[in-house]
Design a binder for this molecule. Structure first.
Ligand code: GAP
Length: 587
């Protein structure tokens, strides 16, 4: 297992076409990256495996919502008010920095996670430890910390009357369509809706190449459940092993990660919510499938102060991307949040639509229901324009606290004003009502995975160096399923018909649905190295024997072992190798 530095990885990524900072011709733009040909293919393959596992295999729907949404959506979701990071500006060079990162980055503070601290506390820590501007070294003590909203604002149409925002998470595009999506699901809970797409955050200080960017891709699943009834079937993930770092262990000096199975984690109460546990299991297998090293992977629970404004419990998937010889550098790869009914209730309250599902009872149920039928000929003259609101408030009160109607008078609050009404004018009564069901606001369980960070970590964890015939080589041990190119096809030399035969073979393999790179330039060893460095798992060489007996050499990237295969069997052989139904060690 070779560890690679971030600098080396970013250099390889640019040189070999995985990713590069965008707009280099114009000096580069911080926080935006372009995926090159290898990176775009790798990203697509990673997204395909996510779609296959989280959407198709789970039987969930997939949608594709706009990236720009109008302001009321984000008023309702809480992002307009609460989606802030702490910004501190250097008084000398004017550079803006994330204040919590400055606190975390100085080991003297002993604070590993400062996002949950109050801004005033962060100001104190900056002063106490005399923390300085990372750009120019000027002391930041005494600088005020500003709450900076991360959303990119725009205008929908000409003028400024209709502000919109680039979505900071794909999730809201799903929540706002819930009434229609529930119809598609025939109002049957639980049901899940997935989406893979871009999200935008105007990060104060983008850093570590793809790891903190301003435009990135998320793969999100919003699972709508009945909190009273729905339970996952944990059997398919019960034996999945992973490392767990609960909140309470993070607060203890001797607290450590616990390695166990998902089944045990639920039984021991390490992961309280079985739905979250289920998706931690699914995700652990998926991260392994796309090439992460499970020895450098863990699930960490959020401590209470870290929870996002919508979240009741949350676990993060974390990957270590440290440089060789350094302490582990854990980055958040994905979040698994119990969002409760937060989002649907907010959109229900802020919009004209109903964000509940109607849950049919097995048998109709007769219940006693407090009702009101206010005498508007009394309320109107008495309360004028507020009479309607008073009537609504009486109806709400009857439902929430029928005992309030036991006296002579009842008082309700409307817009911070008290209105007292004689009970006889409210028409209060307890009626027997037969109900066939009830309206339920579903709760949301959300696995939200960042694709860019997963891709970066897969590259980081699959980087290898070894020596072949006395020559050093670098290769990426990416799983064949996600490698950007599946097979390299080379003629031994581009003469005597070998080139034509190899080009024909490449075309045949492409027709069979494989991703093929054709290369006839330079020594064969160099061609192998080029493919090794982009993680191509198999290379096929057309030589003089091919013209004689119709066989080719197929060579395995990791072991460099070779075998001869009949051209007619080649596509099927590669398919079997990619699917893990065959391998070079079997021979
Ligand atoms: N809908 C929930 C949500 O958006 P989040 O934890 O804020 O949750 C989910 O984001 C994932 O998106 C993160 O775990 C991370 O992988 C990715 N992500 C968030 N901000 C990012 C950034 N600035 N750059 C790259 N990836 C980011």
């Amino acid at each position: 297992m070779t560890q690679v530095s971030a600098e080396q990885l970013v250099e390889l990524a640019k040189r070999r076409g995985f990713f590069l900072q965008s707009a280099g011709a114009y000096g580069g733009v911080s926080g935006f990256y372009t995926f090159g040909p290898q990176g775009a293919a790798l990203k697509r393959n990673i997204e395909d495996t996510w779609r296959e596992r989280f959407a198709i295999q789970e039987g969930h729907m997939e949608v594709d919502a706009p990236t720009v949404l109008p302001e009321p959506v984000f008023e309702a979701s809480g992002h307009l008010d609460g989606f802030d990071d702490m910004l501190v500006e250097c008084p000398e060079c004017g550079e803006s920095h994330r204040a919590d990162h400055i606190v975390e980055d100085d080991p003297a503070t002993g604070i590993e996670e400062a996002e949950s601290l109050a801004p005033e506390r962060v100001e104190e820590v900056i002063a106490e430890y005399e923390l300085t501007c990372p750009t120019c070294g000027t002391g930041l003590a005494g600088q005020a910390i500003e709450q900076f909203n991360l959303m990119f604002e725009t205008n929908i149409g000409p003028g400024s009357s209709s502000p919109g925002y680039l979505r900071p998470e794909t999730a809201q595009g799903i929540f706002i369509e819930f009434p229609q999506l529930a119809e598609y699901a025939r109002n049957q809970l639980p049901f899940g809706v997935t989406q893979i797409g871009r999200a935008y955050r105007n990060e104060i200080s983008p850093r570590k190449s793809l790891l903190r960017v301003r435009e990135f891709s998320q793969a999100e699943l919003e699972l709508f459940v009945d909190p009273e009834e729905d339970e996952p079937d944990l059997s398919s993930v019960a034996d999945v092993r992973a490392r767990f770092y609960p909140a309470e262990a993070q607060d203890r000096a001797d607290g450590d990660v616990i390695e166990t199975t998902i089944g045990e984690a639920v039984a021991e109460g390490i992961v309280a919510d079985p739905w979250i546990a289920y998706y931690l299991g699914v995700a652990a297998e998926w991260y392994q499938r796309i090439g992460l090293d499970m020895d450098r992977f863990r699930f960490r629970q959020h401590r209470p102060g870290e929870l996002a404004h919508y979240s009741e419990d949350c676990w993060d998937a974390e990957g270590d991307v440290s440089d060789p010889g350094d302490e582990p550098d854990w980055i958040e790869l994905g979040g698994f949040a119990y969002r409760s009914d937060y989002d649907l209730s907010k959109h229900d309250a802020h919009s004209e639509e109903d964000f509940t599902v109607f849950k049919q009872y097995d048998e109709p149920v007769t219940v006693e229901k407090p009702t009101v039928d206010p005498d508007m000929s009394y309320l109107g003259p008495e309360f004028g324009g507020s009479a309607g609101d008073v009537a609504d408030a009486l109806a709400e009160l009857a439902e929430s606290d029928p005992d309030a109607f036991e006296g002579e008078e009842v008082t309700v609050e409307v817009d911070d004003e008290s209105y007292t009404v004689p009970v006889e004018k409210t028409g209060f009564a307890i009626e027997e009502i037969t109900e066939s069901g009830e309206h339920v606001t579903p709760h949301v369980v959300e696995p939200s995975l960042g694709i860019d960070r997963a891709l970066y970590t897969a590259l980081d964890h699959s980087y290898r160096e070894d020596e072949i015939d006395g020559e050093e080589r670098t290769y990426l041990a990416l799983p064949p399923e996600v490698a950007p190119t599946t097979v390299g096809v080379f003629p031994l030399m581009d003469k005597d018909g070998l080139g034509e035969r190899a080009r024909e073979l490449a075309a045949t393999l492409r027709d069979a649905g494989l991703s093929v790179a054709y290369d006839d330039s330079g020594a064969i060893g160099r061609r192998y190295r080029r493919q090794d460095e982009i993680g191509t798992p198999y290379c096929v060489t057309v030589d003089y024997d091919t013209l004689e007996d119709g066989t080719v050499t197929i060579r395995d990237r990791d072991s460099t072992a070779q075998r001869r295969v009949a051209v007619d069997d080649l596509a099927a052989t590669i398919d079997a190798l990619v699917a893990g139904e065959d391998d070079f060690e079997d021979r």
